[in-house]
Design a protein around this ligand. Structure first.
Ligand code: SF4
Length: 613
């Protein structure tokens, strides 16, 4: 396997060291956590105060937007004020569309993030352009000239650079040859990396962000493979852009970042949430902490992975049994085995309604579980028509419990003799993801196609931690198209409906089953033109029933339209108190007053036939 050393043994990917002021980054150091301010970078006091809050929460570095030379210059004042108050951790400037601002910022802060999609290129036009080889080379020469200027300033000032690729803001040049694909994202970084290497500049970190978790994971993996081929070892900054807030934001981030950390990839992370920036830090620290000591995991079987392609999505073949496996979307099993009896109330709380007409239980919300695992509980439901109950898997012919550590040769022959059996695979390995992955790959390599449900056990009282851990454990397996169902068991004090909701969010983040409205909302920064958290909450409240629709909520028109990627509708800050609404990538209602924008968005969705009451 090219992007990681082993599928069976956790090991951090080897990188070179990068020096960011007084902070070292890379595989010889702990994984760093960071966030970004939402203040106006021209407001020194406000920005320094927010940086302090983020540092106090435990961040190792903080990024600030520098949209122009004035903001870049003011970073010196913010740095000075922070030093006066005893804060000397590194600051990072975030640059888009303005290489001159990057040159200035590099004098005042420890790291400069540039976006290769708009460092010298204007905003992508999303129209097909065709560059011949000569034109393409001319653009690269232009890029080189500007970028070498920045590299020289960084060399002279010991400033690091992050080459921060965003799926939503690739240049027309890249899109003309590669489309907005993971391959295009990798190429976008490589154009800049080659210049760094030619110039002997190695103080470089890379990122490959996307709000589409699948694209993000594949882009990072492809980049690692490509760097290996080109003998490069730059550290990686991980993040899912515009992840949103609450459960959706945490789950999306944990699936994407977790999929990479699980294979030892990643040297710093940012969890982008549409919440206060300091609220991102405990989430990021919890996620990083979950992978601490993973190298001490129990032995995992060697894997035959010749048919496994981790660089693009492919559902691994399975046979359909009932509505599980085959072409069916993955099922969600709700674990009610701790309940002594199953009452109608419990079932109602999970999103079912008893219908007299049908004489059975009917799903009334899309996120009601498909199966209930009731163990030995007394089932006192008045009827169970239409509801699938797993009683006790050991005693039923259909479902069988397997341990991922079991000998798969024996299991394979048993399952082959029982083609109707559905395997529920559990694990107690601290590297459970790798153990379950190995078990599934080994069964499939032996041509065993029985459906497989993965089960994980937690003892959490904190919902946010349950979301992070289960998403990091289970989501990556769905990104790789491996299991046919998910069962999250938790013996802490979290209600079953919440646990089931997390399972559905994991499937949605991995894009294997869409059961909720998807909100792609940016975390906000110094460019944000409205109260993002409040607006996102209002839009969410009015549109959360529109299952499957993707709604982008972006703070500014500079980066918003590109970065909301494949949203169906977009609500984008266009100016003070002004909003522009998008249908796909087209701005259809421009500069409307903010107080009318939500109703206008709803009208737009209705006009296009996507509204449901
Ligand atoms: S979309 Fe605009 S406001 Fe939102 S984080 Fe990106 S640059 Fe900042």
């Amino acid at each position: 396997m090219e992007f990681f050393e082993s599928l069976s043994q956790y090991k951090r990917r080897k990188t070179n060291d990068v020096c960011i002021g007084n902070l070292m980054m890379g595989s010889n150091f702990p994984i760093r956590v960071q966030s970004m301010t939402t203040t106006n970078t021209l407001d020194t006091e406000d920005s320094a105060a927010q940086c302090k809050r983020i540092f106090d929460a435990g961040a190792d570095l903080v990024r600030l937007t520098a949209q122009g030379v004035r903001e870049a210059e003011n970073l010196a004042n913010i740095r000075h004020l922070l030093l006066q108050q005893g804060y000397n951790k590194p600051l990072v400037a975030d640059i888009h569309f303005n290489p001159n601002a990057a040159d200035v910022a590099a004098l005042h802060v420890e790291k400069v993030r540039i976006n290769p999609g708009n460092f010298i290129d204007k905003r992508a036009s999303f129209i097909d352009i065709n560059l011949n080889d000569e034109e393409y080379a001319e653009e690269l020469a232009r890029l080189r000239e500007k970028f070498v200027t920045l590299i020289n300033i960084c060399k002279n000032n010991n400033t690091a650079i992050r080459i921060g690729v965003n799926h939503g803001s690739l240049s027309d040049r890249i899109m003309s040859r590669y489309g907005d694909t993971p391959e295009g994202m990798v190429e976008s970084a490589i154009e800049f990396l080659r210049i760094c290497v030619e110039e002997g500049f190695f103080n470089v970190v890379l990122s490959m962000k996307s709000s589409n978790v699948r694209v993000m994971v594949h882009a990072y993996r492809q980049l690692v493979r490509r760097m290996k081929q080109e003998k490069m070892q730059f550290p990686l900054h991980l993040g899912v852009t515009e992840a949103g807030e609450g459960e959706g934001g945490r789950v999306k981030s944990a699936v994407g970042i977790g999929a990479l950390l699980a294979d030892g990839i990643g040297d710093t992370i940012r969890v982008s949430l549409t919440e206060e920036p300091e609220a991102e830090i405990p989430v990021a620290k919890a996620l990083v902490g979950y992978f601490n000591n993973r190298q001490n995991h129990g032995k995992i079987a060697q894997v035959d992975a010749s048919f496994y392609n981790p660089y693009s999505y492919l559902k691994i073949e399975s046979r359909a049994v009932a509505n599980i496996g085959g072409d069916n979307p993955p099922v969600v099993v709700c674990d009610l085995s701790a309940q002594e009896s199953i009452t109608n109330d419990i079932i109602s709380n999970l999103g079912y309604q008893l219908t007299e007409k049908e004489n059975g239980w009917e799903k009334v919300i899309d996120t009601a579980p498909d199966y209930l695992f009731v163990g030995k509980a007394d089932i006192s439901l008045s009827t169970k028509t239409g509801l699938y109950i797993i009683d006790n898997p050991h005693n039923t012919p259909l479902f069988v419990w397997l341990d991922a550590a079991d000998n798969m040769d024996t299991i394979a022959s048993n399952l082959s003799q029982n083609p109707q059996a559905i395997a529920i695979i559990r694990t107690s390995n601290i590297n459970g993801l790798a153990e379950q992955r190995a078990a599934i790959l080994n069964l499939r390599s032996k041509k065993v196609f029985n459906p497989i449900i993965i089960q994980r056990q937690y003892s959490e009282n904190d919902v946010s931690l349950l979301q992070l851990k289960s998403a990091a454990d289970c989501g990556p397996l769905f990104i790789d198209g491996l299991p046919d169902g998910i069962m999250i068991s938790n013996d802490g004090g979290i209600g079953s409906a919440q646990v089931v909701s997390t399972a559905f969010s994991i499937l949605q983040a991995a894009r294997v089953r869409i059961s909720k409205t998807e909100f792609i909302s940016c975390p906000g920064c110094g460019r944000t033109l409205f109260n993002l958290q409040q607006t996102a909450a209002l839009i969410r409240e009015r549109t959360k029933h529109l299952t499957g629709l993707k709604i982008g909520i972006m703070g500014c028109i500079v980066n918003g339209p590109g970065e909301m990627a494949d949203a169906d509708y977009g609500y984008v800050g266009a100016g003070p108190k002004k909003v522009t609404l998008y249908k796909g990538k087209i701005a259809v209602k421009k500069n409307i007053p903010q107080e009318e924008a939500l109703e206008e968005l709803i009208s737009l969705i209705k006009e296009n036939g996507d509204w449901k009451e």
